[in-house]
Design a protein around this ligand. Structure first.
Ligand code: F6P
Ligand code: MN
Length: 330
């Protein structure tokens, strides 16, 4: 079975980028070990602090963030990192070729119930400006040079793309190495499975409600077939399922907080997942435009997400485009 670094060399990935990915997999093994230790690691439970997004931080989020920062910033090819858990960016080597944005522990409400969590990352080139400021990260997702996630499940998996398809590596716990287990992930165009937090139904725009309502009508509705629903409440795990067997995943616009109508973050959730999904033949849209084309204005900005099996995403977008109702009519 092939190991990670030889696979990257065979793909003719730039040596500096190989070094960045190698550093990411070292972080992944460290975090994986602690996640799998669970209660024994003595890190579970909430801290008294809140992170910059106003959510309760768990000890393991803090630890994962610290590990990623400490280990990544020792890599001489990394100019700076941006994290969900850090308000600003953290600088590394001034002549580093790459920037890394990450969500250290996605789905962290799952920690306390021993359920799925993961680390999501996006690697961007350092722009010519090399300003040392957050604006270095404000590049559309099309500029990513590598993106992926680590899923800390029953097995630990590293799933990423460098623009040559989606590769899946599984951590061999015996030898401590990531081994290639899938070389070219493909999302089926059609699906009968969707993932959305249904409890937000009344807050969605009417066209989104119409789309989901038609899925629920199954054989008795306009879709003429039954749909199944899954919701793990960790984007990393829900998107992993979509990559494995297809499906539609959505966290769309909702009216709960008028100044914060989206939940997911563009730079370290939307963009890396959108690129993976597109590389696997799927589609990823914000409800207004292709996610990868969005020109970011803030490292922590939020984005609508509708991604997965291409035909189903198109069907969903058809409802949104065809609707006369505005989001304000909710
Ligand atoms: O990072 C935000 C996140 O935890 C995602 O991983 C997940 O998809 C979503 O929020 C879960 O949201 P909710 O709490 O509405 O189920
Ligand atoms: Mn997250």
């Amino acid at each position: 079975m092939q190991r990670l670094i030889p696979t990257l060399r065979r793909d003719q990935v730039d040596e500096a980028l190989i070094s960045v990915i190698n550093t990411l997999q070292i972080c992944a093994k460290e975090i994986s070990f602690r996640v799998h230790q669970g209660e024994l690691a003595g890190v579970l439970g909430s801290t008294l602090d809140e992170n910059i997004q106003g959510e309760t931080q768990k000890h393991l989020d803090v630890l994962a963030n610290q590990l990623l920062k400490d280990i990544l910033l020792e890599c001489k090819h990394i100019r700076a990192v941006a994290s969900e858990e850090e308000e600003g960016i953290v600088s590394g080597f001034e002549d580093g070729k790459y920037l890394v944005a990450f969500d250290p522990l996605d789905g962290s409400s799952n920690i306390d119930i021993n359920s799925l969590v993961g680390t999501i990352f996006s690697v961007l080139p350092t722009p010519e400006s090399n300003s040392g400021k957050p604006d270095m990260f404000l590049q559309p997702g099309t500029q990513q040079t590598a993106a992926g996630y680590v899923l800390y499940g029953p097995s630990t998996m590293l799933v990423f793309t460098t623009g040559r398809g989606v590769r899946v590596f599984t951590l061999d716990q015996k030898v401590g190495e990531f081994l290639l287990t899938d070389t070219d992930v493909q999302i089926p165009r059609q699906t009968s499975e969707f993932a959305i937090n249904m409890s937000n139904h009344r807050h969605w725009q009417p066209a989104m409600r119409d789309y989901i309502d038609d899925l629920l009508l199954g054989t008795e509705g306009p879709r003429g077939r039954n749909f199944n629903m899954r919701w793990i409440a960790a984007m990393v795990a829900d998107v992993h399922r979509v990559l494995c067997r297809g499906g539609l995943f959505a966290y769309p616009w909702d009216a709960r907080k008028p100044n914060k109508p989206y939940k997911l973050r563009l730079m370290y959730e939307g963009n890396p997942m959108a690129w993976l999904v597109e590389q696997a033949g799927g589609m990823a849209h914000s409800g207004e435009q292709r996610i990868l084309d969005i020109e970011p204005t803030d490292i922590h900005q939020r984005v609508g997400v509708i991604l997965g099996s291409a035909d189903e995403v198109s069907t969903c977008l058809g409802y949104l485009e065809g609707s006369q109702s505005t989001k304000r009519n909710v």
